[in-house]
Design a protein around this ligand. Structure first.
Ligand SMILES: Cc1ncc(COP(=O)(O)O)c(C=O)c1O
Length: 452
């Protein structure tokens, strides 16, 4: 019986990243970290809702696997370049996540001076080995340039990635390696497949640059949540034609950076595996090196969402229900959080999520629902694109809790404060212990940032 409910809620399945989840005898959601376990319903009773729970061990496991798999295919293909992972800090800058990826051997990628400032802090606290390399993307403001130079002079390997022609002039005399970002003329299937992309230099611009002192890396980032394997390999093929031409004048160029893009099966439909992706990417690099008769470059990968999204869940309480007008027996479940504020991709890019109950998981008495947030905004809702979210029917005597899975990427830093609602309380569950990472904000806390 228990097994059926686990299957019903799509838990315990590696291909959906739910292998750590289980259901207790009482129908409550639990998560296992080795032989430690966390009962989410109990955590909710202790800490209240809205609640975010971070699981750093998931970050560590996923990163470890990713690096191992790429390295294995490099060996298997007798590929001469090395594999390097750089964690794109924009995906989740929370200290615990950054420390977790660094502990597994990740390098870093920043997109702003404030992210680089975090690197500076960690470096000053002597928390980094001097082997770590930091790639700096994003527009190079004065403050950014100053920090890049300062950290580089202090012995940290900082590679500014040139995104505009002006930046080439700024870093002309830079003593260490630099990189250049190309706006590849290739489109892939994903939400961000924009016709007009303003990041990096165009292919033409790059080829006209001639010799660039200390050029070591050529990078691109075509998109996020890339849907198909071809979307990962077509840009690699395109990049090689440029890499080969650039190398003729820049023999120090020995590294390609394939950016982010590894996808998450948010809606629990089959998706390519990291094994299939790594195999295809390494094989493509091997074939292209042969085709263009060039040195097999090192490969940098910046998959962010892939590593951190499954490491966080966001839990809400259902405050009340209402009928959906003309909604063929769907009910609105109104929750004590806000999609606009706490899971903004729901609103901005119509992200779909895997939503499951936290308690009453072994009931067959379920309800088709649409979810509404607590702000005043009619866009503050999640309807699974007009379909429905199946959740237990509400009972008078027990509160119903639900959780969104895979909320570890982008949501925290994009979050807003519509209607001055507080951000969820955030806890970290690690090595069997639970710690508060961010307290629940009071009216005073929020008011302060609005001048009150
Ligand atoms: C330069 C760069 N690298 C990596 C990433 C991470 O992408 P993803 O989370 O899709 O892997 C991004 C995301 O915007 C990016 O801009």
């Amino acid at each position: 019986m228990k097994k059926n409910f686990k299957r019903f809620w799509k838990l315990g399945r590696e291909e959906f990243n739910t292998q750590y989840f289980d259901i207790t005898k009482n129908g409550e959601l639990m998560l296992k970290e080795g032989n430690y376990q966390y009962n989410i319903a109990k955590l909710v009773k202790q800490y209240g809702t809205a609640l975010e729970v971070m699981f750093p061990f998931i970050v560590e496991t996923r990163l470890h696997q990713l690096m191992d798999i790429f390295s294995a295919y490099i060996k298997l293909n007798d590929y001469k370049g090395k594999f390097y992972y750089h964690y794109p800090m924009k995906v989740n800058q929370h200290k615990q996540y950054v420390l977790s990826v660094v502990s597994e051997g990740a390098n870093l990628e920043t997109s702003s001076p404030n992210e680089l400032w975090i690197v500076k802090r960690l470096w000053e606290q002597e928390r980094f080995s001097s082997k770590i390399r930091v790639l700096c993307n994003g527009p190079k403001t004065e403050r950014y340039i100053k920090l890049i130079n300062e950290l580089n002079q202090n012995g940290l390997t900082i590679t500014p990635i040139i995104e505009h022609r002006d930046e080439l002039v700024v870093f002309k005399k830079y003593k260490s390696e630099i990189g250049v970002r190309v706006n590849l003329n290739v489109k892939v299937k994903s939400h961000w497949d924009k016709r007009f992309n303003y990041f990096g230099l165009t292919e033409d611009e790059i080829l006209k640059l001639g010799k660039i002192p200390n050029l070591g890396v050529i990078s691109y980032h075509v998109s996020s949540q890339i849907q198909k394997l071809d979307g990962l390999t077509e840009p690699v093929k395109r990049l090689f034609s440029i890499y080969a031409k650039l190398r003729q004048r820049n023999p120090k160029l020995d590294t390609i950076d394939i950016g982010g893009g590894g996808a998450i099966p948010y809606v629990k439909k089959p998706m390519y595996t990291v094994k299939a992706a790594a195999q295809r990417i390494v094989k493509t690099c091997k074939q292209m090196s042969l085709k263009y008769n060039v040195k097999e470059p090192n490969i940098i990968c910046e998959w962010g969402r892939y590593v951190v999204a499954p490491a966080q869940i966001t839990v809400f309480k259902v405050i009340t229900e209402k009928s959906v007008e003309n909604g063929s027996n769907r009910k609105w479940y109104i929750v004590d959080g806000s999609f606009i504020n706490d899971l903004p991709d729901t609103w901005t890019i119509h992200q779909q999520w895997h939503v499951i109950p936290v308690n009453n998981m072994n009931t067959r008495n379920n309800q088709r629902t649409w979810l509404a947030g607590s702000s005043c905004d009619s866009d503050d809702k999640y309807t699974a694109q007009g379909t429905y979210i199946l959740l237990p029917k509400l009972q008078d005597e027990t509160d119903q809790f639900l959780t969104f899975l895979d909320t570890g990427a982008y949501q925290d830093s994009l979050g807003a404060r519509h209607c001055l609602l507080a951000t969820p309380l955030k806890i970290i569950a690690h090595n069997g212990e639970v710690k508060v990472a961010a307290k629940r904000q009071s009216a005073e806390d929020i008011g302060k940032s609005f001048g009150w």
